[in-house]
Write a protein that binds this ligand. Structure first.
Ligand SMILES: Cc1cc2nc3c(=O)[nH]c(=O)nc-3n(C[C@H](O)[C@H](O)[C@H](O)COP(=O)(O)O)c2cc1C
Length: 601
């Protein structure tokens, strides 16, 4: 007989529950525990649920507080994984997005772990920017008494690698908090390092916070199972989606190869909202694998170990090793082995590295700088990264395409010997209609339509950045949202590169798309970009902003997003009669209140 905690459940309920439980086998009980956990998460008032039993309430000081700041979901998934493993290990835990906690609240905590990614150019993710600012204020609180560990997520190809994690780790220490474990910096193939960090953290925190049996009283805990995994595909359980349509959107003579891809999905397995992305898990191009085998003078059947996989080298190169994107650590490693000025330059200059990687992949690098195979395959494997799934903004609304997901993909620089995109190469080039690809949905809660359908929206999406706005407009049409919609689109040429032109026209005729402005940069002697179109319409944009419009920006992070943001600040400054600094603060406020959202890459 289960001894129910009487302060939570009354005797009548106890009897009813006991009756139901008697009829369930163990797998049904596990399912039910997951269902109840998932259900309570869905109805929680906080964006993240605090796991708190009556016993836990009395032992705040012994709780592990898990915090995360995450833009595209990686950090969030690591934090949630830590939470479920810590809970399984019997630890008392709570979890918060950094958007839901202030630095002052840390004073009341005794032990925190913080998972944080870096975005922009060394900036905090959107959900962590206020926390980050508070942390670096002069009047930030004394955090003596707090113990912590930071897991930093980033990409070593960026100049400011894991910068936000480094900053926060340093600042917490400066404010008096004590590390229980050194910061770990994770590159794009973050899972092995983050998994190790979780294991280490669990060992270290256990002694500090594990409650005694008396603390827990007589609570019987069933293992909590993630309800999502019962029916919805995810990274470890991807969905095999059939390619229904593969249509080239750019015309003959265009410099771009942009494709519209439609995938068939089972809506009980794959669910998405406008603004979410699809992650594509792809194998490497067999030609590139063959060229690497040739470089290393291998047959392909030689068995080697890469990370946790021991297989023949051909299978490893096909399924596990990143060979299309060159990583900075690998170039650094190569430059330490081979004396070559150009290679040193690639290892030390971000501009040179970025320019090289746009055009080349691993085999080019090796052929160019190590033609004599001085570095053998085993040495190289230790410095190469694992393949990571590629994310694409979803271009359809599931309210209309219940059992399909649409993508807009650029197959850039599709040259026979240069850089060849991993997933874009598969979807736009190698795979045929009818083939299947492994996918899962990567939700993006930072890029969502306004809840209020009367809110006007301004959508700025040049190139493939327009993809999520196709989904947004489909959704607004389906919702019969009365808020006005304004789209800014740009690409090199009107004749060949006006993606989804007929669809926009139709939406205009239907009264869904109220305004559309297009910038075709190379159709005249001087270049015209979306930011120029924004400038032309600055007065009207300001009146939309004053009218509570939400602004969305999607596409290239390096140039376009910066220029558009600068233009928005100029517009706010000019028409709002604000200094440049105040206009910047105004835009920041729009960002914080989710009136300005970005999905840039
Ligand atoms: C637009 C963009 C900018 C980024 N900038 C940086 C950067 O400056 N430094 C860095 O180390 N990583 C950078 N990254 C890589 C992310 O930090 C990395 O992908 C991380 O795993 C994302 O974690 P999240 O999904 O929790 O946000 C950037 C990623 C994107 C998409």
């Amino acid at each position: 007989m289960i001894d129910w905690p009487q302060n939570n459940i009354n005797p009548d309920q106890c009897a009813q529950l006991a009756k139901v439980l008697e009829q369930l086998d163990s797998s049904q009980k596990i399912w039910l525990s997951g269902y109840l956990a998932g259900n309570s998460l869905a109805t929680a008032s906080f964006s993240e649920q605090v796991t708190e039993t009556a016993a836990v309430k009395n032992h705040k000081a012994k709780k592990l507080t898990i915090l995360y700041g995450s833009q595209t979901g990686n950090g969030e998934s690591v934090a949630k994984n830590l939470k479920s493993l810590a809970t399984e290990a019997g630890l008392l835990t709570e979890i918060f997005s950094l958007a839901d906690i202030s630095v002052k609240q840390l004073v009341k905590k005794s032990l925190i772990t913080l998972v944080i990614s870096t975005h922009g150019e060394g900036e905090a993710p959107d959900d962590a920017d206020i926390f980050y600012e508070q942390l670096f204020k002069k009047n930030a609180p004394d955090l003596t008494g707090l113990q912590y560990s930071v897991l930093a997520l980033g990409d070593s190809s960026y100049e400011y690698y894991c910068q936000t994690g480094k900053d926060i780790d340093h600042r917490l220490n400066e404010l008096g908090a004590k590390r229980i474990h050194e910061r770990v910096d994770c590159d794009v193939d973050f899972e092995p390092a983050s998994g190790q960090w979780i294991d280490d953290i669990l060992v270290k925190v256990e002694d500090v916070i594990k409650p005694s049996p008396q603390d827990l009283g007589n609570i019987t805990t069933l293992p909590i199972q993630n309800t999502e995994s019962l029916c919805v595909s995810n990274k470890s359980n991807p969905y095999e989606a059939e390619i229904l349509t593969k249509q080239k959107l750019t015309g003959r003579g265009s410099d771009k190869n942009t494709y519209h891809i439609e995938l068939a999905i089972d809506p009980t397995q794959v669910q998405y909202q406008p603004g979410d992305s699809v992650a594509v898990i792809a194998d490497n191009n067999p030609n590139a694998v063959e060229r690497l085998l040739k470089h290393w003078k291998l047959q392909g059947n030689e068995v080697v170990t890469f990370k946790q996989h021991t297989k023949n080298i051909k299978a490893l190169l096909t399924e596990h090793i990143e060979i299309t994107q060159i990583s900075k650590p690998f170039v650094k490693f190569l430059s330490e082995q081979i004396e070559n000025i150009e290679l040193q330059n690639l290892a030390n200059s971000h501009e040179a590295f970025n320019a090289y990687c746009e055009q080349k992949q691993l085999v080019n690098l090796l052929n160019e700088f190590d033609p004599g195979q001085k570095i053998d395959v085993k040495k190289s494997l230790g410095h190469l990264r694992a393949i990571t799934p590629r994310l694409y903004s979803i271009a359809s609304s599931q309210s209309i395409y219940d059992d399909e997901v649409h993508l807009t993909i650029n197959l850039s620089n599709a040259t026979a010997n240069g850089h060849y995109g991993l997933a874009s190469g598969l979807l736009c080039d190698r795979a045929k209609v009818g083939d299947k690809v492994k996918i899962y949905v990567e939700p993006n809660k930072h890029f969502k339509l306004p809840k209020n359908p009367t809110t006007p929206i301004i959508l700025i999406g040049p190139g493939t950045g327009v993809a999520p706005f196709r989904a947004f407009l489909q959704e607004r049409k389906e919702q019969q949202a009365s808020g006005e919609n304004w789209l800014f689109f740009g690409n090199p040429h009107f004749a060949t590169d006006f993606l989804y032109q007929t669809e926009w026209l139709k939406l205009q005729q239907q009264g869904v798309l109220n305004e559309i402005d297009v910038a075709f940069s190379r159709d005249q002697t001087h270049k015209i970009y979306v930011q120029d179109k924004l400038k032309d319409k600055s007065q009207l944009i300001w009146s939309w902003i004053e009218n509570d419009a939400s602004i969305y920006l999607c596409g290239d992070a390096n140039h376009m997003a910066k220029d558009v943001e600068q233009t928005l600040i100029d517009i706010i400054s000019q028409h709002g009669n604000l200094s440049f600094g105040d206009a910047k603060t105004y835009l920041k406020k729009l960002k914080r209140t989710h009136k300005y959202q970005k999905d840039v890459y």
